[in-house]
Design a protein around this ligand. Structure first.
Ligand SMILES: [Zn+2]
Length: 282
């Protein structure tokens, strides 16, 4: 091991500071959203089959709810601007702004150069879970998505129903894009219902059986016109393994709700990020 300096303990004892204090983020108008939700009626739904994915459009100002229906199951969520797939959910920046796991009142932010709220979490029936004794929590933005490349790297497998492949197939089916183009649009996810954290000793990403039960849901307000895609992960409740057909898997339900006309009066989708984009280039 390298030389340990005399003041090592003193350096370690320095208190951390939050990288991105988020108290200047505009607060979402939750009371307005809740009033709109109270007026809303269901206009569409999609069943996401186990070990597969489905795309679902959500117009700005509508709501979408992801529900566990037949058994404990986690879902991998991608979001794009419906008219511009280059604007997509930015898991890393969402993590930097809100922390490793999301719940009610937090927002899903879009990629550069757009960086604006795509969706706001309105309700989370698993909010009670909080942080467990291992530091585990629900709905993470720390995992990426299960994918066949990592599976191949670690075990030489050729498995076709990882979330990455499921999301790719769903986007091909929905948009008619060629598979290689669709694959490039698939991005790091919000792990809906998944219970995860980092081990304290090695800092490794861990998962454990999700506390989700049929009837639990996570509901969002769509800030802009969205194309969503949800994969019912081959890990099932992620209690043991993923990237195989071994785990018990269940479908997930996605429902879309439209608020009554006029209840969102005065609300408009958030503008594009205000940075001028010049990067100091003359
Ligand atoms: Zn997965």
């Amino acid at each position: 091991m390298a030389h340990i300096p005399d003041d090592a303990a003193k350096r370690r004892a320095i208190k951390p500071v939050i990288c991105y204090p988020n108290n200047t983020l505009p607060a979402p108008p939750m009371a307005l959203y809740r009033a709109a939700r109270d007026s809303a009626r269901k206009v569409d739904e999609a069943i996401v089959p186990a070990r597969d994915a489905r795309c679902f459009p959500v117009p700005a100002g509508h709501f979408f709810r992801i529900t566990s229906i037949e058994g404990p199951q986690v879902g991998d969520l991608n979001l794009w601007h419906a008219a511009n797939l280059n604007e997509r959910f930015y898991s890393g920046k969402t993590r930097a702004l809100h922390g490793t796991h999301l719940t009610t009142g937090m927002r899903l932010w879009s990629s550069f150069p757009y960086l604006r709220p795509m969706a706001t979490i309105l309700e989370d029936t698993l909010e009670w879970y909080g942080k467990d004794e291992w530091g585990g929590a629900v709905h993470d933005v720390i995992g990426t998505r299960c994918d066949p490349y990592t599976g191949n790297l670690l075990s030489g497998s050729q498995y076709h129903h990882c979330c990455h492949s499921n999301l790719t197939r769903a986007l091909v089916d929905h948009t008619g894009l060629q598979p290689d183009q669709a694959e490039r649009q698939v991005h790091d996810v919000l792990n809906v219902f998944m219970c995860t954290g980092f081990t304290r000793d090695t800092g490794q990403y861990f998962m454990k059986a999700s506390p989700v039960r049929p009837g639990d849901y996570l509901e969002f307000f769509a800030e802009i016109d969205l194309l969503g895609s949800l994969s019912a992960c081959p890990g099932g409740d992620c209690s043991s393994e993923h990237s195989s057909d071994t785990a018990a898997c269940f479908p997930l339900l996605v429902e879309i709700f439209q608020p009554a006309a006029g209840v969102l009066k005065g609300w408009t989708p958030p503008p594009l990020n205000g940075y001028d984009g010049s990067h100091g280039i003359a």
